[in-house]
Design a protein around this ligand. Structure first.
Ligand SMILES: [Zn+2]
Length: 317
């Protein structure tokens, strides 16, 4: 997840992947302008108190509870339990769920941990990702070392870092709604719901089981509830006790339906997911220190690895 959290964006949006791009700033501006037709952007700034290592910030989307949308979150720093969690084994999303439950001290006016745990399960990836970012910042500050990055001119950046306090989120539209109906370009009508924590965990189980195969189809299936007039039902019971996917006729039929959807419909749908779920712009821009070069290198920030939580250290096995 959190690389999974940004799954919708996995098709070609991470321009660069560590390689420099021509005219990247212009392209970047054009892309932001395009997005802002629908969605606003916000910097996930919040405020961090270094003394108590707590952070307070607003979720980009928020979560509904007793008729109110809760957005304000208080987190504190990682402890040994979380470290063991993040370097342990088991599905990543489930471990992250535990970490979030441990570290969120307050959500809106709720401080009951059991309720907070339930609400975290209802959050969309953008909110869960922004909490992860904030916990990292409260624990270790705003600088994230990026490892070895080379400019296209061959020069290596010296100690490249990402500033985590400059990361922006693209704010989702209609945050009070969780269910949507979308008419696709071919006329096919799809009903779907935003990806919450519980379904993200299910998605991560599917990915583990299929070793990432057909990931794009599953990123659609995990959200849709109806394709045309066919009801789609993907729940925990698609798994056998041994963690394998049960090849029932119903699942195979549903699978074929998603596979047969036209590329432009699937593409349109993914754009709709993005519009209403929002996403975090997890990229750092590095400017080459060579005055004759000044090329900008875009480096993706992976919040889905233990490295993110253990800056500059290799955890002892
Ligand atoms: Zn350069």
């Amino acid at each position: 997840m959190a690389s999974e959290a940004t799954d919708v964006s996995e098709e070609g949006d991470l321009i660069g992947e560590g390689r420099p791009i021509e005219g990247v700033e212009a392209k970047e501006k054009e892309r932001k302008d395009k997005e802002s037709i629908f969605n606003e952007r916000m910097v996930l700034k919040g405020s961090i108190d270094p003394k108590s290592a707590t952070g307070i910030f607003d979720l980009p989307r928020g979560v509904m509870h007793e008729g109110k949308r809760l957005r304000s979150v208080t987190v504190d720093e990682l402890d040994g339990v979380d470290e063991d969690l993040m370097t342990g084994s088991g599905p990543y999303t489930m471990r992250v769920n535990s970490l979030l439950r441990n570290r969120v001290q307050r959500l809106g006016d709720v401080d009951d941990k059991a309720v907070i745990g339930t609400l975290i399960q209802k959050m969309v990836p953008i909110d869960r990702g922004s909490i992860i970012l904030m916990v990292r910042r409260a624990s270790y500050g705003d600088d994230l070392p990026l490892g070895e990055v080379e400019c296209r001119c061959g020069r290596e950046y010296e100690n490249p870092i990402a500033k985590l306090n400059t990361i922006e989120a693209v704010v989702p539209l209609e945050p009070e709604k969780t269910e949507f109906e979308t008419a696709c370009p071919t006329g096919l009508v799809i009903q779907w719901r935003v990806l919450d924590g519980a379904r993200e965990a299910l998605f991560s189980k599917v990915r583990d089981s299929l070793k990432g195969k057909d990931s794009l189809t599953w990123s659609i299936l995990i959200r849709v509830t109806k394709i045309g007039d066919k009801v789609v039902r993907i729940d925990d019971d698609i798994f056998t006790a041994a963690g394998k996917i049960r090849q029932t006729r119903e699942l195979l039929n549903t699978y074929q339906l998603a596979k047969r959807m036209k590329g432009r419909d699937r593409n349109h749908l993914r754009k709709e997911f993005r519009k209403f779920e929002g996403h975090i712009d997890l990229r750092a821009s590095l400017v080459c220190p060579d005055q004759n070069c000044k090329a900008v290198t875009i480096v993706p920030i992976d919040i889905g690895t233990p490295d993110f939580f253990f800056p500059g250290e290799v955890p002892i096995d």
